[in-house]
Design a protein around this ligand. Sequence first.
Ligand SMILES: [Zn+2]
Length: 130
Amino acid sequence: MYCKKCGFEVEKDWSFCPKCKANLQDENLETNKEVILEKQRKESKGSNICICMFLINVIFLFKFDDYKWIFFLGALISIVTGFIKFQNNKIIKVMFWLFLTAVAIYILLILAIIITCGNALSRVDCSGIG
Ligand SMILES: [Zn+2]
């Protein structure tokens, strides 16, 4: 018997997979290792496509400033899709959180600029009235 999630060889009476901690109910068990290997090959291909799409979009995002929102969306969609579809992929996980952190910092920076500009503007306005 093999764990369907990670392909680890398990005993039928085990309740959890020692490798990926999957609950070894019948739907998570597979007798044919080839089926699992094929699934893993497909997953690694799909996740590689997601990573490539993400990287290309990020590079274009910095290269073509005029279309940055399109490439930002492209990067966002490919990394979120990868994160949802290939949850076991560590590279996608790391990229997803890095991207999210970068976006959060970017938003905070914009907010900081708006707030400081807002303050500067109001100071200008006040001094104008005064
Ligand atoms: Zn497993």
